[in-house]
Write a protein that binds this ligand. Structure first.
Ligand SMILES: Nc1ncnc2c1ncn2[C@@H]1O[C@H](COP(=O)(O)OP(=O)(O)OP(=O)(O)O)[C@@H](O)[C@H]1O
Length: 229
């Protein structure tokens, strides 16, 4: 489990995170939801230990995050992660050289699933196909947790559906997935847990399936209630 406990982050005088707490479990998809600029990427960077905090702590499987966490966690930012002049094959080779946890079998399976050609240059891919390459490079690492910043942003409905399908397939298995989004509509059926952020705090955190069953509400219904208060 990843436990985010009361984290605080300031940029200059701006208090971006003001005591954010939530948990993300293995085998579940946790979605951090909030408007642009609310601090979603900052939370991802904090979990990756890429930004110093002004308070609070983050635990992974009961231990404070640190350099050793990188063997168990991968972050797929929304920006391209490889040199754009590389081909897909070259980026996979880079991953093989760099990471012990690279799983070529899974990478090949994902290539087929997404119908991507190894010889294509990343530069020449559409936005949706670049997102698929990013997802492939992350998912082919055998790690416990996968973090993805806005994986569906600006991607057409067909690519979206394909990417969504991967999340519910054996390719994700029992990993813990944390994604961020500012537009939940098309993906709410995918997620297990929603964490709603506003003004540096978590307004509410809930199991979307439970809320659907017990209260007959969708994630969007809860968002409307919470954000309109
Ligand atoms: N390195 C930085 N220096 C100064 N301010 C920063 C820095 N990084 C982020 N911020 C500010 O912190 C706030 C939160 O940024 P962050 O990128 O975490 O938001 P976000 O919720 O991910 O936004 P978006 O949905 O647009 O990606 C913003 O006001 C941003 O300008």
């Amino acid at each position: 489990m990843i436990e985010v406990n009361d984290i605080k982050k300031k940029f200059g005088r701006k208090q971006v995170l003001n005591g954010v707490s939530f948990t993300a479990e293995k085998g579940k998809i946790t979605c951090i939801i909030g408007i642009n600029g609310v601090g979603k990427t900052t939370i991802m960077n904090a979990i990756m230990n890429l930004t110093p905090l002004n308070g609070g702590q983050i635990l992974m499987n009961g231990e404070s995050i640190g350099k050793q966490s990188y063997e168990q966690i991968t972050f797929i930012p929304d920006a391209i992660i490889m040199q754009p002049n590389m081909t897909i094959a070259e980026s996979m080779q880079f991953m093989t050289d760099f990471y012990d946890s690279w799983n070529q079998e899974r990478a090949t399976e994902l290539l087929d699933f997404f119908k991507l050609q190894e010889s294509e240059k990343i530069n020449n891919l559409s936005k949706g196909n670049r997102a698929k390459v990013n997802l492939l490079l992350g998912l082919a690492l055998d790690v416990d947790y996968l973090l993805m910043d806005e994986p569906f942003s600006g991607i057409d409905i067909f690519s979206r559906e394909q990417i969504a399908e991967v999340f519910t397939s054996h390719l994700v298995e029992d990993r813990g997935v944390i994604i961020t989004t500012h537009e939940i509509n098309d993906i709410e059926h995918l997620i297990d847990k929603a964490v709603l952020l506003d003004e540096g705090k978590v307004l509410t955190e809930f199991n979307s399936e439970e809320v659907r069953e017990t209260e007959g509400k969708s994630v969007v219904d809860v968002m409307r209630e919470v954000y309109q208060q």
